[in-house]
Ligand binder design. Structure first.
Ligand code: CTP
Length: 399
């Protein structure tokens, strides 16, 4: 995940340095944004050293006048810690007078707020009303904790511990429902192309990547139609499963169900060739050598590329060499918006493994390598990128 850490001006600002470290330990990339007031308590250099990135501070001292927009688009989650009374008020009312508050308005992902202030300021009806507004907007809050406060008073107002904030962030990531408006059509598994009533041609696909994509999409609120070749996996919860066997059956079911789909993901390893006239009886062992005349199966992805309309189309490329080059070629030739490419042939990733290591290439020209991780995690990251791609395409089309 790419996380923006907004640091407000409070005595607790030093604790957000620890939060930055915890988030990095969990594998997230952290971009710190400091308000002017927060720099009275902590220097940007602290965050720059911890995160390995330039800290964003002043709206007018940055390289581009629209940097707050691009930073908002390039990140997945915004956490504000400490969120001071002043910041809560500005966020609640949409006042955008510095980098952090401007970025907040341009940001469309989940927001986590960790308030910290004097107990009377916290209990003031103005602060409580602002908090209510922000919570109604769907933002998550964590803390404040009770205890001894820097002002000498005791009560609610302490910044929640960095551990607690980071737990809340993990929860926000898991509970995202950002696909509620989407209908996702996923194909998964291998196809089997019969040679006679008992034999078939197939491949080593286990279906795990496609099933993980279906599961994650359903968990994030999408309607999911999963068209699956023969696999040994349980039906994912909340998913409409359509079982098929051959490439031609998969083709027919894909186009029967294309209507409502807004995102189509072709993770199935479709057999490229089949026997067009399958003998009705089992073929007997008569000759010492047999040869098979095979015909190509319909290229479902290529046909989708021609008929996709406004839908986002994601193809897969399993390659043994020239990974990125091949993925780009498939992206272009099959009119995809994204191709998920993985090197197959290694034992610990690819077809039968629980893990995967992929590179995404996108229509917008990006090449994004994802290091080895469980297939569910990879699936989550693929959807993060799909949703970003949708925004980028809409922005480019002026829609
Ligand atoms: N695919 C498809 N229909 C087929 C063959 C493949 O829809 N008959 C889709 C797969 O679901 C995958 C993508 O095409 O999303 C790439 O599959 P792959 O077998 O890697 O590519 P091919 O088109 O077969 O290209 P090549 O043989 O040149 O590698």
């Amino acid at each position: 995940m790419r996380i923006i850490l907004g640091v407000g001006g409070g005595i607790a600002a030093y604790k957000s340095a620890e939060l930055a470290r915890l988030l990095m330990d969990r594998g997230h990339a952290v971009q710190a944004v400091m308000t002017t007031a927060s720099q009275e308590f902590l220097r940007p250099l602290t965050f720059a050293a911890l995160t390995g990135r330039k800290v964003l501070t002043d709206l007018f001292a940055i390289e581009s006048a629209i940097e707050h927009i691009s930073v908002a688009q390039e990140h997945d989650l915004l956490v504000v810690a400490p969120a001071t009374a002043d910041l809560l008020a500005k966020l609640a009312h949409g006042i955008a007078d510095d980098f952090l508050t401007t970025l907040y308005l341009a940001f469309t992902g989940p927001v986590v707020l960790a308030p910290a202030m004097n107990v009377n300021m916290w209990q003031h009806p103005a602060t409580q009303a602002n908090l209510e507004t922000l919570e109604r907007r769907g933002h998550l809050t964590v803390g404040p904790a009770e205890g001894y406060l820097a002002c000498g008073m005791t009560g609610a107002g302490r910044l929640a511990s960095p551990e607690e904030i980071s737990e809340r962030i993990e929860l926000a990531i898991e509970n995202r429902r950002d696909l509620e408006e989407e209908t996702v059509l996923v194909t998964a598994g291998p196809t089997q192309e019969p040679l006679d009533p008992v034999r078939f041609i197939s491949n080593r696909s286990s279906g795990r990547m496609g099933y993980a994509l279906a599961e994650v999409a359903a968990a994030r609120g999408a309607r999911v139609i999963l068209i699956s070749g023969p696999v040994h996996l349980p039906q994912p919860r909340g998913v409409e499963l359509i079982a098929v066997r051959t490439a031609s059956e998969m083709h027919d079911k894909v186009f029967e169900n294309l209507g409502p789909a807004t995102i189509v993901i072709k993770s199935a390893a479709v057999a490229d060739f089949h026997l067009s006239k399958v003998p009705e009886q089992k073929v007997k062992k008569t000759a010492a050598r047999v040869s098979l005349e095979l015909d190509p199966t319909p290229d479902i992805l290529a046909e989708l590329g021609r008929k996709k309309g406004d839908r986002l189309l994601i193809g897969f490329a399993a390659e043994t060499q020239n990974l990125i080059q091949e993925a780009r070629r498939k992206l272009e030739s099959k009119n995809c918006d994204m191709v998920v490419a993985n090197l197959v042939g290694t034992a610990d990733t690819g077809f039968e493994s629980e893990q995967n290591e992929v590179v995404l290439v996108t229509r917008t020209g990006e090449t994004l390598p994802f290091s080895r991780a469980p297939k569910r995690e990879i699936a989550g990251r693929i959807f993060d990128e799909i949703m970003k791609l949708r925004l980028a395409i809409h922005a480019a089309d002026g829609r």
